[in-house]
Design a protein around this ligand. Structure first.
Ligand code: IMP
Length: 199
């Protein structure tokens, strides 16, 4: 069994990593396993850069391999916003619902054909302070006029997936995992791991 430290304390994310990587014989531990976890500021200008910053900072303090992720929503009509600022879009005072409302307000009057958006997820795998591999996953969609569904988190209620015919917040966990940016990036990690272990 190989152990990988995933540089997050978010239980939802940890569960997604576990579900994807346990079948590969990989045991996941969270950031809580690191006694002196660094406080990392996401100062990069891309998801990929932020994932590397986190993975490298954490892997400098452990013998384990470290996987770090950064993700967010890009809306074409907003010039790619919220982008790397997805988690804090609109300032600290807003919660997930407030951030969804802000995006909807900014898109008021924008017709459906100009409401294209995508979720992006970058993953970096690092050892001893250096990145050894990067993975990316994206999923295309359209921003709805109003929130729909109760599942998921973040911008899921306003993100409509045309193939599924539903908002991300209307999908089950398994359905979302099969389509999502994070699920696709994790597919890349799985393929890489199989390649390394000669399978
Ligand atoms: P981070 O990757 O934890 O830095 O945060 C990314 C932010 O992007 C989250 O706080 C959400 O607002 C948004 N985001 C990332 N992935 C998803 C998703 O799967 N659904 C909805 N929102 C997401």
């Amino acid at each position: 069994m190989t152990r990988i430290l995933v540089a997050t304390r978010n239980p939802g994310k940890l569960r997604e990593f576990e579900e994807a990587l346990a079948p590969e014989g990989i045991e996941i531990v969270g950031l809580d396993a690191l006694a002196d976890a660094p406080i990392v500021r996401e100062t990069g200008s891309s998801f990929d850069e932020n994932a590397r910053i986190k993975a490298e900072a954490c892997s400098a303090r452990t013998d384990l391999s470290v996987l770090a992720d950064d993700s967010g929503l890009e809306v074409d009509a907003l010039g790619g916003e919220p982008g790397v600022r997805s988690a804090r879009y609109g300032g600290e005072g807003l919660d997930d619902a407030g951030r969804c409302r802000l995006v909807l307000e900014k898109l008021a009057g924008v017709p459906r054909e100009r409401r294209r958006a995508r979720f992006r997820c970058a993953l970096a795998l690092a050892r001893g302070g250096r990145t050894i591999a990067n993975f990316e996953g994206t999923v295309e969609g359209v921003i709805l006029e109003e929130p729909r569904g109760e599942n998921g988190f973040g911008y899921d209620p306003i993100f409509f997936h045309e193939g599924a015919g539903r908002a991300f917040a209307e999908l089950s966990r398994a359905e979302k995992r099969a389509l999502s940016h994070r699920g696709r990036a994790l597919d890349g990690v799985r393929r890489y791991w199989r390649y390394l272990s000669g399978r």
